[in-house]
Design a protein around this ligand. Structure first.
Ligand code: RUB
Length: 413
């Protein structure tokens, strides 16, 4: 039986003809052998030689290991391996992030990054609104967006949720959102909640304040468009999808369906199962890139190691930079920094993000304010204003009591 080598170390491949991925590998095997078993499993091979693989098939569809740098392997997949009309992200992931995680020969493996060629990118819509579109809707050209996650996550009635949103807007927030676990439970039906929140947003607008609230419509694939259409008809101005539980295809369906005319907020609940182990799983970077490709307008990317969720500052910064990367030909995406945020962290987050194009959100950091939601929202928006103006938060707090109380309660620096 003919033997094939997947090693093409040092080869320069045309980035328009290959989907190129980097993997961090932990193994007792020589790295070349591990890389070959990875390339074989994900493309034309399996655990043994096979009589059915001909050289011409191997040459056309075989993965190419083009780099090994310590424990990081670069693998180029020919575009012909991908099925774009039927297949799309589920099929792309089966190749670049499929069986490989379970191979015995590889103890641990992490997909660190993925570079999608133009021929694949053009099959995806990218965001319809993106940063510029969101800023336009909110009439907020420069300052970071500042939001809240309605807390408690579950249990509030539609009326109380709408009141929370209104109070947040009165406190200066530009965004609010359902949490990932709220969809259509009996205590807060989607229709009643959406209608009540739309009234709050309209009232705020009539009082001169623009605000968006993302309604979580995460559901089964066969229902997602219908539910989104209903939410829109009930007055939703933005919709939210839990991308890893609903699937990337859910974002793409919503972004490509012309009846959906509102921006998409992408939550990443469950990502820790993939992103948390630095040696195994899938880094947030390729997930963020896929969310953008599929049409997310705002994507959760982490709090740069500052909030309640595990995350490393440089990895989160890479996620943010990928939202702004213009070379991919899509509109830029609003990176959302959320999770355990309080006003005293805002300037550090903005500094670490390296941009004013961020949406900073706080749930507990708003609802936990001793003065209530409105004052909590004021504390958050004052922190964003101070950071935008380059004034230290403790200095700004001297004339802004809501911020002062927040800093006293949750700390600063
Ligand atoms: C926020 C919250 C969100 C996290 C998710 O509430 O729980 O679900 O933002 O994190 P709070 P990530 O502000 O009270 O912590 O954005 O990293 O996925």
């Amino acid at each position: 039986m003919e033997e094939f080598s997947y090693l093409h170390l040092g080869e320069k491949v045309d980035p328009d003809k290959y989907l190129i991925c980097t993997y961090r590998i932990t193994t007792d095997l020589p790295m070349k052998k591990a890389a070959e078993s990875l390339a074989a499993e994900q493309t034309t091979g399996t655990w043994t030689g096979i009589s059915t693989l001909e050289r011409k098939t191997f040459e056309k569809y075989g993965g190419r290991v083009i780099g090994i740098d310590g424990n990081v392997v670069t693998l180029a997949y020919p575009v012909a391996d991908f099925s774009m009309d039927v297949g799309a992200v589920p099929q792309i992931l089966s190749i670049i992030a499929g069986n490989l995680f379970g191979l015995h020969s590889i103890d641990k493996i992490r997909l660190e990054d993925a570079f999608f060629p133009k021929s694949i990118r053009k099959e995806f819509p990218g965001p319809r609104f993106g940063i510029a579109g969101l800023r336009k809707i909110l009439k907020r050209p420069e300052k970071p967006l500042v939001g809240t996650i309605v807390k408690p996550k579950i249990g509030l009635s539609p009326k109380d949720t709408a009141k929370y949103v209104y109070e947040s807007g009165k406190g200066g927030l530009t965004n609010s959102k359902d949490d990932e676990t709220l969809v259509n439970q009996k205590f807060c039906p989607l229709e009643d909640r959406t209608v009540a929140i739309a009234e709050s947003l309209d009232k705020l607008k009539s009082e001169g304040h623009r605000m968006l609230h993302a309604i979580n419509i995460s559901t089964s694939g066969h229902k997602i468009i219908e539910v989104a259409e209903k939410a829109q008809a009930w007055g939703a101005k933005q919709i939210m999808v839990d991308v890893l539980t609903a699937g990337f295809a859910a974002i793409q369906a919503l972004a490509e369906d012309r009846s959906i005319k509102v921006p998409l907020h992408i939550h990443r609940t469950m990502h820790g199962a993939m992103t948390r182990d630095p040696l195994h799983g899938i880094a947030m970077l390729p997930i963020a890139k896929l969310c953008r490709m599929c049409g997310g307008d705002a994507v959760h990317v982490g709090t740069l190691g500052i909030g309640k969720m595990e995350g490393d500052p440089s990895g989160d910064r890479d996620n943010i930079d990928s939202c702004f990367d213009r070379s991919v030909g899509y509109k830029t995406v609003m990176p959302v920094c959320s999770g355990g945020v309080s006003p005293g962290m805002v300037d550090r987050i903005i500094e670490a993000a390296g941009s004013m194009d961020v949406q900073i959100q706080a749930g507990g950091g708003v609802a936990g304010h001793p003065g209530g939601v409105r004052k909590g929202a004021m504390g958050m928006s004052q922190a964003v204003d101070a950071a935008f103006l380059g004034i230290p938060l403790d200095e700004y707090a001297k004339t802004h009591p809501e911020l002062k109380i927040a800093l006293e309660l949750w700390g600063y620096r």
